[in-house]
Design a protein around this ligand. Sequence first.
Ligand code: PGA
Length: 250
Amino acid sequence: MMRRKLAAGNWKMNGTVEDLTQLAEIAGAALETGPEVLLCPPATLLSRAADAARGTWMRIGGQDCHPAASGAHTGDISAQMLRDAGARYIIVGHSERRTDHGETDAIVRAKAEAARAAGATAILCIGETEAQYRAGDTLEVLRSQLAGSVPDDATGDTLVLAYEPVWAIGTGLTPTTDEIGAVHNFLRDRLIDRFGPDTGTAIRLLYGGSVKPANAAEIFAVADVDGALVGGASLTAADFIPIIDALSAA
Ligand code: PGA
């Protein structure tokens, strides 16, 4: 099973119109073959970002969606609206959403289902906290998040799973490559157990948490790491393009 590698950038609550120059430069590094390149700017920039990416191989995604298709939910954005603005992917269940907005596994699952219903691929994030890591509970936490938040009808086209240890996000800390390898191997086995060998090996597994140009190559050399979800280092072309290049070379 050949899984296409994916370099995904999440701008979080960063970026205004002037930053589209960075996005356009990054788009120039996206090729028809090799890793897929995706940027998820804030919703305010989505349609402009989609315009900037038109005619390039770069894809645009959203950072979150509401589980419902439409309705009385002031300030929220549906998956259909993100698709309409040009998003092909939607991040769901990021730890910042789980923490800041109290999102449970059930909510994350509903969001992943909403993304699929709108024709977008969900990038679903799971990961242990520092306390859970220190207690040696990482695999149990991931087992339960995976069971609770990944929809039963997930496929390689509708779902990407991102392993993001909460303590590694924005901290400059990362697990060792052995630890990342053990987790990705565990997740691959769980996906195969649940979805069977075809779908279980088709779903891409990203690592996320302090991926930088300096550590990208060693992380991408780990078995079953199909790419990365990158926060801070996706904000500039100078940082993100070397990460894309490291993924191409892996
Ligand atoms: P970071 O964020 O690369 O800034 O650590 C990663 C993420 O939250 O996806």
